[in-house]
Design a protein around this ligand. Sequence first.
Ligand SMILES: CC(=O)N[C@H](C=O)[C@@H](O)[C@H](O)[C@H](O)COP(=O)(O)O
Length: 243
Amino acid sequence: MTTANETGTSQAVLDRLKGGLIASAQAYPGEPMRDPRTMDEVAQACVAGGAVGIRAQGLADLALITQHVDVPVIGLWKDGHDGVFITPTLTHAIAVAATGSQIVALDGTRRPRPDGLTLAQTVEGLRAARPGTLIMADCGSADDARAAQDAGVDVLGTTLAGYTGERPKTDGPDLGLVDEIVGFASLPLVVEGRIHTPAQAAAAMERGAFAVVVGTAITHPTTITSWFASAVGGADRGHGGAA
Ligand SMILES: CC(=O)N[C@H](C=O)[C@@H](O)[C@H](O)[C@H](O)COP(=O)(O)O
């Protein structure tokens, strides 16, 4: 068991994530596993399997997970499900940082934010309130990534590629976007979104990812089950998958 402080400086946090797999442990509203203790256990199970970091959602989940895993935690707070909903305001970001998450992931798109702040102002406000917290921008396009880099974030992510209308929802990770961002970015790029196989994770690393985040394919049994159920023709007899 460790605490945020014991996990080290910002550079040490990045060093621990470099070249590795980050598991995203999230359950969605109304789902059976939507319970902070369950997500805490899932996160610990992922670390036991070799995850070098955990990405998780919600203040209650994060408060437990940051106390029980010995790897950096990327925290976020999803509020709603349309538009800007991943840690949408400065207030959300400060609350996530207060859970002990070493990295706060927030919407890194160019869309207007609900509190009227720019991304740069959000970054500035979070740094003032919680010095030392790293900031990951969840981007949906290369233009987002460029703007987020200019706004002063620490880490870029492809999290929202395929979900903002600027990029197609590729089958698997958006490797074309990875190529584009790697071509200009001076910040670490975390490839996230629709990595469903170990081979896709390896491909993202080969294209220059700093690290990869895998969620659904590791931690969302309803969806994984639906893949298998469909493959054997039994999907109609169950309740189907979430994604
Ligand atoms: C778009 C959005 O809301 N993405 C969320 C961000 O935290 C999560 O729902 C995803 O599970 C996560 O990005 C990992 O992606 P995948 O589950 O595809 O491996």
